[in-house]
Design a binder for this molecule. Structure first.
Ligand code: NDP
Length: 322
């Protein structure tokens, strides 16, 4: 599979990353291992996780799986920010939390370094220069090779780059936002800022947590789905499966898929890849057949006709959710 530079860095990643947010909550360790092995076998070199996924269990599981693989061949990304306990210092982007979290993550993942360490949200309670300096120091210590962000605004990314330049520490190389045919909020500010600053974009929930596969229908929740297995209370999926407007958009997107002879999940992933600012799409999957199907998105030829039809189908307005 082709590789691309992640932002303005020398790090080469595949156009797909494989994520471990909820994947590892279903089917147990054996299924998780099968999924990661399959993603790597198919040529994906980029794995995304976070300390908070299953309160450390996702990182531990990934660590066990990775003992079978050559570490150098993998770009391993994890995250820090969300609280790991009730202790007031055990969350956020303070120097203390960042320094303690990286050691916990490295231990759980049985590795000496993380390729990409991402600030899982922006911390409004900590001076940004403290966070940027801490990231720079972890890079100097060799525990982290590059750093990135998740769900930061364009203005926050710009300020982080300015501080990094002033402190002579490396800038963030990537931003990880949500982006799919129902959630396009990043198009106005985040994508142009990332392009201007040389920050790579790796998007999450390309299938709106499974909704854009068309398997959820009003009042119908497949038994083997994420919604049936994990509830997803309060999550985007929980909101869209009872949202009439979401089904209307889905219907229009399905008609485009049919017209152009492209499977619906494949179209939804290809739609993300059409943007040149996007470096990698983070796939989630509970079955290897889903990875296989979604990876066909790379083969879709993105023509102006297909682009216009998708634009008309999904529109630019954010979906009204609760
Ligand atoms: P998606 O929107 O792609 O949803 C993936 C889920 O959809 C799968 O687990 C599966 O669930 C279902 N699915 C996928 N492909 C198919 C298919 N072809 N046919 C039918 N069902 C399918 O991505 P995620 O929401 O999982 O996000 C991907 C990754 O992004 C996460 O693992 C995580 O690494 C990252 N992430 C980051 C966040 C952040 O704050 N930075 C937040 C959220 C995610 P099932 O079969 O169980 O229904």
């Amino acid at each position: 599979m082709e590789t691309r530079f992640l932002g303005r860095s020398g790090l080469r990643v595949t156009p797909f990353a494989f994520g471990s947010w909820l994947t590892f909550g279903q089917g147990g360790p054996q299924n998780a291992g099968k999924m990661v092995d399959y993603a790597l076998e198919r040529g994906i070199n980029f794995l995304d996780t976070a300390d908070v996924y299953d309160n450390g269990a996702a990182e531990s599981m990934l660590g066990r799986i990775l003992t079978k693989h050559r570490r150098q061949h993998i770009v391993l990304a994890t995250k820090v920010y969300w609280n790991m306990s009730d202790n007031p210092n055990d969350w956020g982007l303070s120097r203390k939390h960042i320094f303690e979290s990286i050691d916990d993550s490295l231990q759980r993942m049985q590795t000496d370094y993380v390729d990409l360490y991402q600030c899982h949200r922006f911390d409004t309670t900590v001076p940004l220069d403290e966070t940027v300096r801490a990231m720079g120091d972890l890079i100097r210590l060799g525990k982290v090779l590059y750093w990135g962000t998740s769900c930061w605004t364009g203005a926050q990314l710009r300020e982080a780059c300015e501080i990094a330049d002033r402190l002579h520490v490396p800038r963030p190389i990537s931003e990880q936002p949500p982006y799919n045919m129902l959630s396009r909020q990043i198009e106005d500010e985040v994508l142009p800022t990332c392009a201007e600053l040389g920050i790579g974009v790796i998007n999450w929930s390309p299938l709106a947590q499974g909704f854009l596969t068309g398997k959820y229908r009003p009042g119908v929740i497949p038994e083997d789905s994420r919604k049936a297995q994990l509830g997803m209370s309060g999550m985007f999926l929980d909101q869209v499966i009872s949202n009439e407007e979401a089904y209307e958009r889905l219907g229009r997107i399905e008609a485009v898929a049919q017209q152009f002879g492209i499977e619906l999940p494949v179209l939804a992933v290809a739609w993300c890849l059409r943007r040149p600012e996007l470096t990698s799409v983070i796939l989630g999957a509970s079955k290897t057949s889903q990875i296989e199907q979604n990876m066909k998105a790379l083969e879709v030829e993105w023509t102006p006709e297909l682009d216009a039809a998708c634009e008309a189908a999904c529109g630019g307005e954010p979906l009204q959710t609760a």
